[in-house]
Design a protein around this ligand. Sequence first.
Ligand code: ATR
Length: 270
Amino acid sequence: MDTYGIIGWPVSHSLSPAMHNAAFKALGIKAVYGLLPLHPSKLKEGIEGIRVLNIKGVSVTVPHKENVMAFLDEVDNIAREIGAVNIIINQEGKLFGVNTDWIGAKKAIEQKINLSGKKAVVIGAGGAARAVVYALVKGGAQVLIFNRTYEKAQKLASELGGEPFPLSQIKNATGDVLVQTTSVGLNEDQSPVPKEILSRFKVVMDIVYKPLETRLLREAKEAGCEVIDGLEMLVYQGVEQFFLWKNIRPSAELMRKAALEELSGEKNGR
Ligand code: ATR
């Protein structure tokens, strides 16, 4: 029985155990995936623990995605470019860091629209935005980055591509796809995008999944857009993580169902 897990702080609300354990079960693989709460001050020891305990694979979440790189044996070039690792593969004690967040974002968007030659608007310039911008550029889209702090949009655009704008100019934005990557809307009925501009877009994606239908997605639906909720990127990055560990892709639908069940369990106070 192999062991897998997720490091983060806090990590207790992660949907990854539900998704990965459902996939192991469906595929008849004897393995277990658990929560590995790891305080930032103990990151080095925690990574050593992966080797010592022979944990075969580890998902990495906030706040470790950037800092973990220093303690790994090798980091994939794309993860280095994005500046974040969200999965560790343990190959006989050698730890490899990879990023599947950008693949998750790309697959989630490409379920609805082919990115090549399209115009994409990104809200935010933090860690999540980096994976999204990388995915959009890789997919061949023209990318416009709107951020509250203009300097951060500038930095992101110069490193990964795209054109920076202050968020105050969002009312003039147009495009085919809009992706919201900030925490605005998380457990609150707020949206960083004025609803008047939403009908200009074909597809609107939010990476926030609590609530599953954020105010942005509700208003986008009302404006006639196709919407992609925050679970989609999460599920597809998970499918790719599983693939890197076990060389087989579980059904995205199955993982989404497991994540949804976990979310509704939480809501019911489990
Ligand atoms: P993550 O890794 O989740 O992306 P982060 O790196 O802290 O988190 O980035 C948070 C992003 O959300 C940033 O783009 C931030 O804008 P600033 O760069 O101006 O800080 C954005 N953000 C957070 N709260 C916001 C708010 N109330 N309005 C607009 N943008 C907000």
